[in-house]
Design a protein around this ligand. Structure first.
Ligand code: PXG
Ligand code: PLP
Length: 434
């Protein structure tokens, strides 16, 4: 391996550790990566929560190749191309019926910024321009741009970056090890954590609040499953106070929880939904915001020659991304992948929860094909045990994701039972020798 590693400043990476002992992926197919040593590595993370249909699926590859040769780029402002419209129509058919409009971005982070701006502009267009406050949740992850880290609740992603957005507050997170450790599926306790929104509303007054944003299942912070009834209660409180509810489904979208979207799995429909990742199976960067008709329609006033929403990206609705997304939806449909997590959930949960009792395991959490295994931190050295588990699994030919001292599993939705066994087996082996 002769390529110098010096120039590339890697994102969310321990750069010095990596460059001393690099982990390079060179090919992929189905459930596996191949590394630069020719080793086969089982993908327990769907890349980074995004390759839901598995790697290098032929329909997606062909769609991208053909599109690149046919229409390389089309400006998205005041112009269009057919696949952008076709994709939006296809997406709306998968969504809860209330969500009928699609706005394209290039990432989850951009989808979040877009949704936050939409919420504020929506209230202003309705004549409630004083509703500018945004409410997030502790431990939330909403990407890394300024709006997203402001409403986000991960302190390491916030502390270095100054004061961020003003007018933001947070409700408490839903993690409750004392009552809910080792819950199978949705924890029984904690619907009342939603009432913390009433505290924040009482403090600021509802008339100042534009929107509340939460992940239906918090992913990056270490897989926090919503307590039974929690999301319903958030919805009720938002409705009572005229506050928009935004679900950030960047991870949970496209089949991860057993339905196309977590909104369907949990039976709660937001006003705005952000997605990315699985939208294109991770193959070309793309995100989107889905909006209720009623939110969209508020913007559609004023003279018809004027732009209604002063927002968009050079690469919104990029032809390659639209083609990749259409190929992805075809693949999901043909293989029944948007509901496959519901079929596999029982077996996955059984195997995952068999890790209870292994050294340092203090909680196991699951929904659909998402799993969390929380480990006791090494005293005074947070995240060290988690990282050691990651490296150990990598050496065994299994890619997992760890965040702090929690292992987060999100395998491609095509995973077979024996591959679930291999994944859990590698973690068990790692835990026993750490
Ligand atoms: N919202 C949510 C809920 C996410 O999970 C984003 C927004 C931002 O998406 P982009 O495409 O801008 O990265 C995400 C992204 C991890 C991990 O290790 C998760 C994400 C990104 C990086 C690492 O859990 N999720
Ligand atoms: N910076 C400059 C100087 C630009 O001209 C643009 C877009 O025209 C941007 C940033 C934003 O880039 P994008 O639309 O890819 O987000």
């Amino acid at each position: 391996m002769s390529t110098a590693l010096d120039a590339y400043w890697m994102p969310f990476t321990a750069n010095r550790q990596f460059k001393q002992s690099p982990r390079l992926l060179t090919r992929a197919e189905g459930m596996h990566y191949i590394d630069d040593q020719g080793r086969q590595v089982l993908d327990g993370a769907a890349g980074l929560w995004c390759v839901n249909a598995g790697h290098n699926r032929p329909k997606i590859v062909q769609a991208i190749q053909q599109q690149a040769a046919e229409l390389d780029y089309a400006p998205p402002f005041q112009m269009g191309h057919p696949k952008a419209f076709e994709l939006a129509e296809r997406l709306v058919k998968l969504l809860p019926e209330e969500l009928t409009k699609v706005f394209y971005t290039n990432s989850g982070s951009e989808a979040v910024e877009t949704a936050l701006k939409m919420a504020i502009a929506y209230h202003r267009a309705r004549g409630e321009g004083q509703r500018t406050r945004l409410i997030g949740r502790e431990r939330g992850y909403h990407g890394v741009n300024f709006g997203g880290i402001s409403v986000g609740g991960i302190s390491t992603n916030r502390k270095m970056f100054g004061t961020m957005l003003g007018g933001v507050d947070h409700i408490r997170h839903t993690h409750d090890l004392a009552r809910n450790a080792f819950s199978i599926g949705l924890p029984a306790y904690g619907a009342e954590f939603a009432d913390d929104l009433e505290r924040v509303i009482a403090l600021h007054d509802a008339s100042t609040i534009a929107a509340v944003i939460v992940e239906p299942v918090a992913g990056s912070t270490g897989v926090l499953i919503p307590p039974q009834g929690y999301l319903q209660r958030l919805r009720e409180i938002c409705d009572r106070h005229g506050i928009l509810l935004i679900f950030d489904e960047v991870i949970t979208g496209f089949g991860r929880t057993g339905s196309p979207f977590a909104a369907q799995t949990f039976g709660v429909v937001p006003d705005l939904m952000t997605v990315a990742k699985g939208l294109t199976n991770g193959c070309v960067p793309m995100g989107a915001v889905f909006a209720r008709q009623s939110v969209h329609d508020v913007f559609m006033n004023g003279p018809e020659h004027l732009i209604e929403f002063f927002h968009g990206y050079t690469y919104s609705a990029h032809p390659l991304a639209c083609a990749a997304a259409l190929g992805t939806l075809d693949t999901y449909e043909e293989d029944g992948l948007l509901t496959r997590a519901a079929e596999m959930e029982g077996y996955f949960a059984e195997q995952l929860h068999s890790l209870k009792g292994e050294p340092n395991v203090i909680d196991v959490r699951n929904v659909g094909l998402v799993g969390g295994v929380e480990l006791t931190p090494i005293a005074g050295e947070p995240a060290k045990r988690g990282f050691a588990a990651f490296l150990d699994c990598w050496n065994q030919g299994v890619l997992i994701r760890t965040t702090g001292d929690t292992i987060a599993l999100s395998p491609p939705l095509i995973i077979a039972r024996d591959q679930i066994d291999q994944l859990i087996g590698a973690i068990r082996t790692a835990l026993r020798r750490l």
